[in-house]
Design a protein. Structure first.
Length: 254
């Protein structure tokens, strides 16, 4: 068996293992699927009437909720990776000559799948609440591509955090900033309506250009060129940072 086929086989085995762990953990499913939907219902149905965004609030909020759906699925990944590391499971895989890349890639792929399911559920709920996108088929394809790119990027960063943390609890806490960042972006209100200091932070943090690009693709005439370039650049940069950090930490600790 070639090294490539062996790596693919190992990756599929690790993917099945991680999927089973996800399905057997109701809390993971709750955090990844239900909490983003509950947050969306709360903002659209409870707070939405208080915000003046120049359009139906569900149309404005849905792109931001896609990013929220991704961020809420990351804490479980950090905890799971750290749990495997601190309990010696990864070292057992290493002794069994399992591909090192498969151990980490399996976590990234299952996180991506979990977040895509969450985002699909969010879009479905949004349609039930009156979401009226103007996106063409190509726009939806671009939305899907950007969501996948963001999920892979943040998944690698979360895997790196999980490997570097000393305990599963600290790994979960280390993922909290990724959950909170969308709240300090243009996900729920335009950044220009925020106070000084908060506005500048919201404008220059990673999630705002990503959300604005999604919003431009889904409900506007297209994203601004600067937002689109910034969105892709942030995703690629976070992916490279997470990938290099994860591999470096894995080699040191495993």
């Amino acid at each position: 068996m070639s090294s490539l086929s062996a790596a693919l086989t190992d990756s599929s085995i690790m993917l099945r293992r991680n999927l089973k762990h996800t399905l057997r953990n109701p809390l993971t499913v709750f955090n990844a699927l239900l909490i983003p939907i509950l947050v969306m219902l709360m903002f659209v149905k409870v707070f939405g009437g208080a915000f003046s965004v120049g359009e139906d609030y569900v149309d404005y909020a849905t792109p931001g909720m896609l990013v929220m759906g991704i961020s809420y699925g990351l804490g479980a990944t950090a905890t799971a990776v750290n749990d495997d590391m601190t309990k010696g499971i990864i070292n057992r895989f290493k002794a069994m000559d399992v591909s090192r890349g498969a151990v980490l890639t399996g976590q990234v792929v299952v996180t991506t799948l979990r977040c895509l399911v969450a985002d699909a559920a969010i879009v479905g709920v949004a349609f039930l609440m009156g979401f009226d996108p103007t996106a063409s088929a190509m726009d939806w394809l671009a939305v899907f591509g950007l969501v996948v790119l963001l999920t892979v990027a943040t998944s690698w960063l979360t895997v790196a955090v999980g490997l570097a943390a000393k305990t599963a609890e600290s790994a979960g806490l280390a993922a909290v900033p990724l959950i909170l960042l969308p709240f300090l972006s243009s996900a729920f209100v335009p950044a220009e309506t925020m106070g000084a200091g908060v506005r500048q932070f919201a404008e220059y943090q990673p999630f705002t250009p990503i959300i604005e690009t999604l919003r431009g693709l889904m409900v506007e005439d297209g994203p601004a060129r600067s937002d689109a370039i910034g969105a892709v650049a942030w995703c690629v940069g976070l992916a490279l940072l997470g990938y290099v950090w994860a591999l470096s930490t894995f080699k040191k600790r495993a």
